[in-house]
Ligand binder design. Sequence first.
Ligand SMILES: Nc1ncnc2c1ncn2[C@@H]1O[C@H](COP(=O)(O)OP(=O)(O)OP(=O)(O)O)[C@@H](O)[C@H]1O
Ligand SMILES: [Mg+2]
Length: 362
Amino acid sequence: MNASVPLDLQNISKRYGPIHALRPTSLHVAAGEMLALLGPSGCGKTTTLRMIAGFTTPNTGNVMIGGVDVTDLPPNKRGLGMVFQNYSLFPHMTVGENVAYGLKMRGVNAADRTKKVRSMLELVRLSSFEGRHIHQMSGGQQQRVALARSLVTDPKILLLDEPLGALDRNLRESMQFELREIQRRVGTTSIIVTHDQEEALTMSDRVAVMAEGEVVQIGTPIEIYERPQNQFVSEFLGTANIFDGTIVGQGGEGLWNVALSLPDAPIVKVSGPPHLKNSSKVRMAVRPERLAIDPTSGDLRAKVRGVVFRGSYYAYELDLPGTKRPLYVYSNEKTEAGSDGFIGLSWPQKYAILLTEGGTAR
Ligand SMILES: Nc1ncnc2c1ncn2[C@@H]1O[C@H](COP(=O)(O)OP(=O)(O)OP(=O)(O)O)[C@@H](O)[C@H]1O
Ligand SMILES: [Mg+2]
């Protein structure tokens, strides 16, 4: 097995006529790290991956693998493993032949091939399937074959483009854990492209959130989820309740006093960066699962518009006087509203997120 190596993108960009598929971007992926590229359709994820792979030539910048500039090398000289959404397995070959393919192309002898293929099939828990044909395998099994095939040549970098996109929800969830576990075990530096937030959070060490050809925030899954820097990131990573407000003073260590633009709202304390000024306009986000509801007490009062049971929690839709957008609360318990149909809302201070980078990603 190769020792893990870092991957560096230095100022790479790609334009298609007027479209900036990727604006100049620099990224460091540490040796052995799994980085997710997460973003809506058309934001430049696949373009980024294709430039790393060498299928698309960047307009500017360099791709460095293990400190070596590979920008001018063809894909097959970059030491990559790749897995795509549609598996792209050879349908007329057996599982074993599919996995052995890359080794055969490299002139590895039959005995070594067999040994290596068996160890790979063991890694992906398909040891007894070596002689099966691809069309006799389920979607999840096929995806594991694709993974084994891409890892058999000991790639320096593993590139995964929506690898679980074709699987149904349950299988997808278990494959997320499995793929992650395998990646940790082999230690190959990896990039996974996905537009599924949960998948990015589950599988990666860090997430790069992209929008319109740019990385808008990069961080650990917890940082991205709990400390989004702008409204785009907070809303793309699950549901977020957004409140408009104004800074009205320093609230203590790293805290700001924020007056929400709502009738009857108290001044709330929100933690945020040190460079804010009095009277600057800010937005505050609170996740639905962090809002607590109570029939009688709370900082804000909202009218219950509807409640649905979602299996593991109740989802409340609320109307907050003075706002247009509904508010969402996820609660483990069912709470009855007061006789006026209103309910009280509160949140632990540490779960209020100050969004300081303007209203949207742009
Ligand atoms: N070969 C091409 N020619 C012209 N435009 C392209 C080409 N490839 C990509 N684009 C454009 O570049 C932008 C980024 O595309 P890309 O495929 O990287 O998006 P993506 O983030 O992978 O989206 P998806 O989630 O839908 O796969 C899009 O606007 C797309 O239309
Ligand atoms: Mg894509």
